[in-house]
Design a protein around this ligand. Structure first.
Ligand code: ATP
Ligand code: MG
Length: 259
């Protein structure tokens, strides 16, 4: 499959998902108190809510890093039982291996699975072109800028053709200009590939710019407070953030967050 061809998009289904973290000799901390949510194949869903409401916990459950205590967690119609490369995970800090070059980082997954073919190498080259890192293929992570590291991490995930991308405040640590560049990059990528995305953010503007819908979790312990349709036309760009429709969308999200 070519790097620009869309992978099969995958739906997500959560029903009454609960998670309590146990604490020695003290009552456990309830992180998720019955979250139910559906994300359609190809949908871009933003997850928003106050600090500590369980956004990262929910993403880790979807990624298969943390098991839920109860409830139903399905990706692509199958229960999540552990991590899998069909679910691409991107964190706030790009988790590249510092001892590997950009090229080696991107090929790490296929190599680890024994799936490193000439086609995969061609695709990696094409992907690096797509993310604007063709000239940085032999650079190590410490030689890349923050934005370049994020794009390398993207390429590393995309080579696995994930049906869903799980992103936990991926641009939270970037300066405003790099962040706007990464948002543009992500929107263009999604427009082309239509991979299902679950995107955690603190930022109301980012949620309105990126999301088809925004799921607002309630104050800790998290449950679904509301799911809002953004309804702004696509394709979107950063320039749209000045429009009245965009300002209204932001206001709608903020009202739900504050109530
Ligand atoms: N591994 C863990 N062990 C114990 N408690 C945890 C663990 N991970 C999360 N928690 C607790 O679960 C709750 C939800 O945490 P989580 O990190 O999911 O919140 P969040 O919504 O991502 O917050 P933030 O916006 O600050 O990133 C918090 O009370 C946190 O202390
Ligand atoms: Mg978090």
């Amino acid at each position: 499959m070519s790097a620009v061809e869309a992978p099969p998009a995958t739906g997500v289904r959560l029903r009454e998902v609960r998670k309590t973290f146990s604490r020695r000799r003290r009552p456990g901390r309830v992180a998720l108190d019955g979250v139910s949510l559906d994300v359609a194949p190809g949908e871009f869903l933003c997850l928003l809510g106050p600090s500590g409401c369980g956004k990262s916990t929910l993403l880790n459950i979807l990624a298969g890093f943390t098991p839920a205590d109860s409830g139903e967690v399905q990706v692509g119609g199958r229960p999540v039982e552990g991590p899998g490369h069909e679910r691409g995970v991107l964190f706030q800090t790009p988790n590249l291996f510092p001892w590997l070059t950009t090229w080696q980082n991107v090929l790490y997954g296929p190599k680890a699975r024994g799936a490193l073919t000439a086609d995969v190498r061609d695709e990696a080259a094409e992907l690096l072109e797509t993310v604007g890192l063709a000239d940085a293929r032999d650079a190590y992570p410490h030689e890349l800028s923050g934005g370049m590291r994020h794009r390398a991490a993207f390429a590393r995930v995309l080579i696995n053709h994930p049906g869903v991308l799980l992103m936990d405040e991926p641009f939270g640590a970037l300066d405003a200009i790099t962040r706007a560049g990464m948002q543009r990059f992500l929107l263009e990528l999604w427009q082309r590939r239509r991979t299902t995305i679950v995107f955690v953010t603190h930022d109301v503007e980012e949620a309105a710019l990126l999301g088809d819908r925004v799921c607002v979790l309630s104050a800790p312990p998290g449950g679904t407070k509301a799911v809002l349709d953004i309804g702004l036309p696509r394709p979107r760009s950063y320039e749209d953030t000045d429009t009245l429709a965009f300002v209204n969308a932001k206001r709608g999200i903020r009202e739900v967050l504050e109530r």
